[in-house]
Design a protein around this ligand. Structure first.
Ligand SMILES: NC(=O)c1ccc[n+]([C@@H]2O[C@H](COP(=O)([O-])OP(=O)(O)OC[C@H]3O[C@@H](n4cnc5c(N)ncnc54)[C@H](O)[C@@H]3O)[C@@H](O)[C@H]2O)c1
Length: 333
């Protein structure tokens, strides 16, 4: 049973994950190449705000269940599995920039070459379908000179919401494990059984490609729900006596539809939806498909800002030289 874990990339996903594992009797080594971030975290200062994170970080550092480093050798020596949580930003054309993932796997592979033990690599960064099998496995095997069986490999998507990261890590709706072979899937499942104990959520074990698709499709579907209700809000604005809030309430009472993600407003944003939806559109192009529905949800989303401006203009006239107050200018309403 594995109880020594490495977390690579201590950002919005990695730092809460590292603290969560460390608080549930795992020994955790957190690794980041940003030396300023490493020093800050070592001192017990969380570089980001997440509810409960600052206190939990202090606690697990004091208990010595979390250690922070920038050395891959140290992480490999002191753990038996690691979760890769580095960023996967957008390239200028909207496709995914895999630079950090590739760099990470190469650095890890080069250190792993000199280590003689079974090690499970779990990729948690959001990556396009096929990347685990075609890119990550190839880079890892070239840099480490090891083959599947000598090491394990899974893609295990993260579904947390920024601002609710710790809550979502402790209470996920489901765990998706995309395992390259049976042994990798079994080991990762055991890690989660130990982490969640009797409140183990439902688990789906599949291949890495399906798991990669599940992550993108989840985000694209949620963005579609928001764009859909925003389209309905435009109808409601044009006809007397219609109120999109009531319409959303009414359709949301149908279990097949659900009330979540049906709040009309300025549209979807944040650090994941825009980049993941665009990446999915580019992925479609790469495999020779035009994803018209995805194009439309982006178009609706972009037009929502203009619609909001028009709505304000209808109420107060031209906006030049008007002073505007915005209430709730926060990350999430
Ligand atoms: N933020 C979210 O809400 C969220 C939710 C679900 C999934 N994701 C996905 O999780 C991944 C990470 O997202 P994030 O928001 O935590 O990113 P982030 O930018 O906050 O953190 C990434 C961290 O990785 C570090 N890093 C970069 N290269 C490295 C390397 N070679 N070795 C070690 N560390 C390295 C960076 O210094 C940074 O601290 C992305 O793929 C993202 O799409 C994010």
């Amino acid at each position: 049973m594995i109880n020594r874990i490495g977390i690579v990339g201590l950002g919005y996903v990695g730092l809460p994950l590292a603290c969560a594992f460390a608080s549930r009797s795992f020994k955790v080594v957190g690794l980041d190449t940003d030396l300023e971030k490493v020093e800050l975290i070592k001192k017990g200062e969380a570089p980001i705000y997440e509810e409960g994170l600052q206190d939990l970080l202090k606690k697990v550092l004091e208990e010595k269940s979390l250690k922070v480093t920038s050395s891959y050798e140290e992480m490999l020596e002191e753990s038996d599995a690691c979760f890769i949580c580095v960023g996967t930003p957008s390239s200028p054309d909207g496709s995914v920039d895999l630079r950090y993932v590739k760099e990470t796997i190469e650095m890890l592979g080069e250190s792993y070459r000199r280590v003689d033990k079974y090690f499970l690599l779990v990729v948690r960064s959001t990556i396009p379908p096929g990347t685990t099998i075609n890119v990550i496995r190839k880079i890892l095997e070239e840099s480490s000179s090891k083959n599947i069986g000598e090491y394990g490999l899974c893609f295990n998507p993260e579904f947390l919401r920024e601002g609710r990261a710790l809550y979502d890590i402790f209470n996920p709706d489901r765990i998706i494990i995309g395992a390259i072979d049976e042994e990798s899937g079994r080991i990762l499942l055991d890690i989660y059984k130990k982490f969640h104990g009797i409140s183990m959520p439902p688990v789906l074990i599949t291949n890495p490609t399906n798991a990669e698709l599940i992550k993108y499709v989840s985000n694209v579907f949620l963005a579609t729900k928001i764009s859909f209700i925003n389209m309905i809000s435009q109808i409601c604005q044009r006809i007397p006596n219609a109120d999109v809030k009531v319409v959303a309430e009414g359709i949301g009472m149908d279990k097949r539809i659900g009330r979540e993600f049906l709040n009309a407003g300025l549209g979807w944003g944040g650090s994941c939806f825009p980049k993941d939806v665009k990446a999915f559109l580019r992925f479609g192009e790469e495999i020779g498909l035009r994803l018209n529905l995805v194009e439309s949800i982006i178009e609706i989303n972009e037009s929502q800002i203009e619609n909001a401006v028009k709505l304000v203009e209808e109420l107060v006239g031209r906006l030049d030289r008007k002073t505007i107050s915005i209430l709730g200018l926060a990350f999430k309403p």
